[in-house]
Design a binder for this molecule. Structure first.
Ligand SMILES: [Zn+2]
Length: 132
């Protein structure tokens, strides 16, 4: 596979994977081997997360346990779970993109960050309101 580096700022690509800075805008670059390694991590984390949430969902669906918490907390758990699945899917998609292209997909990267921020805010809000 042809290795190269790409600018994280402007997206320009250079044939030298060892280039550390973009010669056009001076931004930091990402080498394609590193992008692919990170891609595998992102893909593995995404699959793990979606798998875990699917397992929890199925377990809750088919176990005999009855819900004893509040309706608000159940709604929170379901919403957070849905966000986690979405996060896992986007992280896996971003990972596949990086493995195949050797560079980052800005939109997927930003979507992943945005979802992480929303989940963080939800968890922080829950903690502040209910203290758990
Ligand atoms: Zn650049």
């Amino acid at each position: 596979m042809n290795e190269f580096s790409s600018c994280l700022k402007c997206g320009s690509q250079f044939p030298d994977p060892a280039a550390r800075f973009c010669s056009l805008c001076g931004g930091r670059t990402l080498s394609s081997p590193k992008a692919r390694r990170m891609g595998w991590l992102s893909l593995a984390a995404g699959i793990l997360l979606v798998g875990t949430m699917t397992f929890i969902g199925l377990w809750l669906r088919f176990s005999d346990s009855t819900w004893e918490g509040t309706r608000e907390f159940a709604a929170y758990g379901i919403t957070l779970g849905a966000f986690m699945v979405a996060f896992g899917l986007v992280a896996a998609a971003a990972g596949i993109w990086q493995i195949r292209k050797g560079t980052r997909n800005k939109m997927l990267t930003y979507t992943t960050i945005a979802l992480a921020v929303v989940m963080g805010a939800m968890m922080a809000g829950q903690y502040l309101i209910y203290g758990n």
